[in-house]
Design a protein around this ligand. Structure first.
Ligand code: HEC
Length: 218
């Protein structure tokens, strides 16, 4: 009996943890579409302009982004590469880690896999959830990441654009980060359709073969 109770409690623990972490009203769905090249390109542009200054994305190469997102190499090199002039390089940040630690108290983490580590909804919600809070060192806080050490680097962008356009831009940025976290995903999904299609077609000869095999037996 005791064992049973322990087991039941253990099984309900994950549920209780989820319930106690509470529902965050600021956590919203991210509108992700990996087939939308224009959105991915826009996201890449926002990323290199606003994020690479502090964060690296060192498991990604500029060349791969340029190939996958169909950004011509010369445009990539001229407009989207600020930390190197070699297109084969990984996307490093220019900021030295020790300085970053000194300035922000914590080093900005690498963002290549961030969308997979946190989930795209979390990431999108985080990007649109900064708010003014004078008690914080940078005068901002975040509804999704309480007491975050990152300044609201996109504040000017948000204020000059208005909410709707800003959200569209953050969706593009999230879309791009979902892509870098798993560059093969769009291809994998496409491949999935081929595989299912192949299995369906295979079903036809298999069906007749099966009939042929059994026809003399019944
Ligand atoms: C001025 C430097 C700076 C810039 C620019 C910057 N960040 Fe940050 N970011 C930080 C720091 C510092 C942290 C760590 C905050 C903490 O742990 O409290 C952080 C944390 C984050 C996190 C949370 C990481 C985690 O899972 O713990 C995300 C996501 C993030 N940044 C995304 C971005 C994106 C996207 C951009 C570009 C729009 C960007 N950051 C630009 C400094 C920066």
């Amino acid at each position: 009996m005791k064992k049973l109770i322990v087991l039941l409690v253990a099984m309900s623990l994950p549920m209780m943890v989820q319930a106690s972490s509470g529902h965050n009203e600021y956590l919203v769905d991210a509108p992700i579409n990996l087939d939308d090249k224009a959105s991915l390109q826009k996201g890449a542009q926002i990323f290199v302009n606003n994020c690479l200054g502090c964060h690296s994305a060192k498991y990604m190469r500029y060349e791969r982004v340029s190939d996958d997102l169909e950004i011509p190499a010369d445009i990539m090199m001229e407009n989207l590469m600020f930390t190197t002039n070699k297109i084969g390089d990984v996307m490093n940040t220019a900021m030295p880690v020790d300085l970053a630690k000194k300035w922000f108290g914590t080093a900005p983490p690498d963002l290549t896999l961030e969308a997979r580590a946190r989930g795209s909804d979390w990431l999108y919600s985080y990007l649109i959830s900064f708010y003014a809070d004078e008690s914080r060192p940078f005068g901002v806080n975040n509804h999704i990441f309480k007491d975050v050490g990152m300044p609201h680097v996109l504040q000017t962008m948000q204020e000059s654009m208005g909410e709707d356009e800003f959200k569209t831009n953050m969706a593009d940025l999230t879309n791009y980060m979902v892509y870098t976290a798993e560059p093969i995903r769009a291809e994998r999904e496409r491949l999935g359709y081929y595989v299912i299609g192949f299995l369906f077609i295979l079903l036809i000869p298999v069906y007749f073969l099966n009939k042929e095999f059994w026809k003399d037996i019944d």
